[in-house]
Design a protein around this ligand. Structure first.
Ligand code: IPM
Ligand code: MN
Length: 367
């Protein structure tokens, strides 16, 4: 019997629509090769939704997401100047993205920092540091900490303005993300880097206490404790030491962008945001308004997000693998896009859609 999956497709802002278009081509191709239907329901989300219907996460979109089996989401956001035209509460980060994370309870964010050997030239790190390539799974807690804690702003009697933001976690929240991390470590090299700041933050002290409890159930996993600031250095000096890394929300936001940096671009960073019932998939980067609509952006992060969806939501591991291989083969064949490579870098620069053509052609042969 034909398997049908309903996918909410939120193309988002900036380069979102053009890279989403390429990602949808991949799904269309898989439909022709397998007994599967991807029922894609497009919906507005982000700044574009605000300008068209006055809400950045409109009711109609919420409904489509609620009814979908999984959600494919493009980048959101605007330039600083354009953002100022939207009331603070409706700006896409606060009005759409964080509410979506909260609604779906997507506490586990998987951010692969991955550069196979054939793409090692993208990394700004020296060849001897990159070695056989980079292959890290950064796991970020996504719905706790400073992002979701209480916020207060006021003025003291003497007129000094102050803010107070709270970093909230409880042991249940910590346990559930650590469980995910240990399970992932078991599937990989059984080495887990626990990233924290327990020399200063009591949130990290509790985090580490819970980690000791959870670790008892995973005796085969070797845990390496590392302070977050040190981890930032180690990511540059010796990325090869990491396999699975786990950390709280804000540490993960920052270190995952650094992950994009050691790959050479955030454009190479897809991600999966997993909740207990549903997941959504998105690039880890922003909407790149400076190059939007120019057919310049590389669709890797969006197509990679589709690959993660195939694997993690639909159990289509072989197809997911084929998608990764297809994308990587395009780079290996000497092609790139203008956002990733400069003319004269010894590669042929393609447009977004031409890059998509090559991925599709390669994937045809792999499915
Ligand atoms: C990310 C983004 C978001 C975050 C922003 C857009 C709110 O930077 O997904 O990493 O900080 O989580
Ligand atoms: Mn970020």
């Amino acid at each position: 019997m034909t398997q049908t999956y309903t996918i909410a497709v939120l193309a988002g802002d900036g380069i979102g629509p053009e890279i989403t278009e390429q990602a949808l081509r991949v799904l269309r191709l898989i439909e022709t090769k397998r007994d599967v239907v991807f029922d894609c329901k497009e919906a507005e989300f982000g700044a574009s939704a605000y300008f068209s219907v006055g809400k950045s996460f409109p009711e109609a979109t919420i409904k489509i997401c609620d009814e979908a089996d999984a959600i494919l989401k493009g980048p959101i956001g605007l330039s600083h100047e354009e953002s100022e035209k939207i009331p603070v509460e409706e700006r896409p980060e606060r009005g759409a993205l964080l509410p979506m994370r909260r609604r779906l309870n997507t506490y586990a964010n998987f951010r692969p920092i991955s550069l196979p050997k054939g793409m090692a030239h993208f990394s700004p790190l020296k060849q001897e540091v990159v070695g056989e390539g980079i292959d890290i799974m950064l796991i970020r807690e996504l719905i706790g900490g400073l992002y979701f804690g209480g916020k207060e702003r006021g003025e003291k009697e003497d007129g000094t303005r102050y803010v107070k933001e709270t970093l909230d976690y409880d042991d249940k929240q910590i346990r559930q993300i650590l469980e995910v991390a240990f399970k992932e470590a078991m599937k990989r090299k059984k080495v887990l880097h626990n990233i924290h700041k327990s020399n200063v933050l009591i949130s990290s002290v509790l985090w580490n206490e819970v980690l000791e409890e959870v670790a008892k159930d995973y005796p085969e996993v070797q845990v390496v404790h590392m302070l977050v600031d040190a981890a930032a250095t180690h990511l540059c000096l010796n990325p090869g030491q990491f396999d699975v890394m786990v950390m709280e929300n804000m540490f993960g936001d920052i270190l995952s962008d650094q992950g994009g940096g050691i790959l050479g671009s955030l454009g190479l960073m897809p991600s999966a945001c997993m909740g207990p019932d549903k997941a959504y998939y998105e690039p880890s980067h922003g909407s790149a308004p400076d190059i939007a609509g120019k057919n310049l952006a590389n669709p890797y992060s969006m197509i990679g997000s589709v690959a993660l969806m195939l694997d993690m939501s639909f159990g289509m591991e072989a197809e997911a693998k084929a998608v990764w291989t297809a994308m990587q083969s395009v780079f290996q064949a000497g092609f790139s896009t203008g956002d990733l490579s400069k003319p004269g870098a010894g590669v042929e620069i393609l447009s977004t859609s031409e890059f998509g053509d090559k991925v599709i052609a390669s994937l045809e042969g792999l499915l």
